[in-house]
Design a protein around this ligand. Sequence first.
Ligand code: ATP
Length: 593
Amino acid sequence: MDYSVIADAYEKIEATTKRLEMTDLLVDLLKKTPKDVMAKVVYLTQGKLYPDFMGVEMGIAEKLAIKALSRASGQSETLILSELQKNGDIGQTSEKLLAKRKQSTFFSRKLTVEHVYETLDKMAKTSGSGAVDTKMALLCSLLTDASPNEAKWIIRTVTANLRLGIADMTVLDALAIAYGGGKESRELVERAYSISSDLGRVADVVVEKGLDGIKEFQVVVFEPIRPMLAERLASPEEILEKFGGKCIAEYKYDGERVQAHKKDGKVVLFSRRLENISSQYPDAVELVKEKFDAKEVILEAECVAMDLETGDMRPFQELMHRRRKYGIEAAIDQYPISLFPFDLLYVDGKDLTLEPLPQRRKELERIIKKTDRVTPATHKLVKSPKELEDFFEEAIAEGCEGLMCKSVGKDSVYQAGSRGWLWIKYKRDYKSEMTDTVDLVVVGAFHGRGKRVGTYGALLLATYNDKTDTFETVTKCGTGFTDKDLATLHETLQKHIIPKKNSRVVSLMQADVWFEPSLVLEILGAEITLSPIHPCAMDSIRKGAGLAIRFPRFTGKYRTDKSPEDATTSKEIVEMYRGQLKKISESPATQKG
Ligand code: ATP
């Protein structure tokens, strides 16, 4: 397949801001793609070479790209830099400079997708001494063969700056339309993705075997399953009502979620974002190896920092000391952990994701060899609000965040990749009025003034709308940041700056700087109000009004364990707004006598 086919499609996709049009263009591209390169095209379209969980990073430094461009175009680095400063886009810069070269050079060969992919793959996997030179030579060879427009997309791909805004969900839509017989099959295609986290494999199967293949799609050890998430409610009465009178309540531990995969004596731990975090927790890896009586396992556990002498749980923040490349041995001693498994998704060849929760729990209890470092999440079958409230108090007293309440019905399957009402969280936060924390995505910023000159004065923050797959602004936050936070934020956000608002961001405000949605921050709001300026959950309470969080404050918690799509959803803000109204109307001060 010619790489120009991809480059042309990208050009058209970039030109549109309409999601439906974007999907149609992607459908066209996928239909033109031969079977044997389907997975590669799907990965490339998302600026990747492999699914995220493989941890293969494509990004090369802009500096190196400039050097390669200089060599391929015959232009000086100084000229390239000044051009780059003008338009802020290395892709466009490459296109422009290589177009000049066009008059004097002939392309030596036509680029194919296969060749581009293989070359990028070699670049990504080159390491050690001499790696920089090798990478540069490889990139230079691609640029020499590329047309100016192809070069634009190659450069953007290698510098991890594709900026097409094609989300996983758009790819799933396009696959369902192109090869699954229509949008109706989207749910099935999505389930395959949810249990494999691998769009390339899903694409291969749907193209090769159609919907029948997708129906038979299997869980595979070492391919992470996208996590099931919980809704939230503020009272035991509401929770029990949702579950028809009874549920399993489990301690909600305040640690890091891990999905452990074990096979042939090997263990891999995935984070909530499905990144391989095994190297942070070698002790947890050993525990999974030793303390589960099964050859093949996929299980979920909360990994909690512990004081091993007293058996007390330590705060979530202590786990941050484990996020390091060096000195992990010392950190293991200083910040030990325990595992609290709460779900079993696969055991010795058997996929349990479609089994009801009581069945999964039973299997989990069967295979755990309990020790004080590995204990199944404390749980209880509760049937009354009083029982639930008492168990909640007990959980809090033990140092937990609250409870996870879970359906025990026949349909209580593991809903991979979705937030639903089969699990409901009940936390202390929700009880104190209007002080729930939310996790918001940074989509823009405003320049700082006075003491904050040179950093950002405030950030524009958004919720995730999972129905439209967009990010809707909900507040502007300039409080709670320490000087160190301001410096760190300014630095880390640099690499996410984009010249104009991302097509997935919905905002009525004009920020000074726009970012690719990537960073998630925990924010404590004082109240949620109707708002004409923030499009979060627009029209859902009142026509023409969105919802805004007032008096937001950064809590200091960078939610690096969350991807932007894991942020608090607009729907949750609506629920919180309704819950808040209810509390106000129920409070003694406003009750009529
Ligand atoms: P929060 O921001 O409230 O911590 P979240 O948005 O990260 O939650 P949710 O699905 O809303 O994710 O809450 C569930 C999280 O609680 C899980 O991701 C997991 O890390 C943690 N957890 C702790 N104990 C349990 C348990 N017994 N069952 C399921 N999840 C648990």
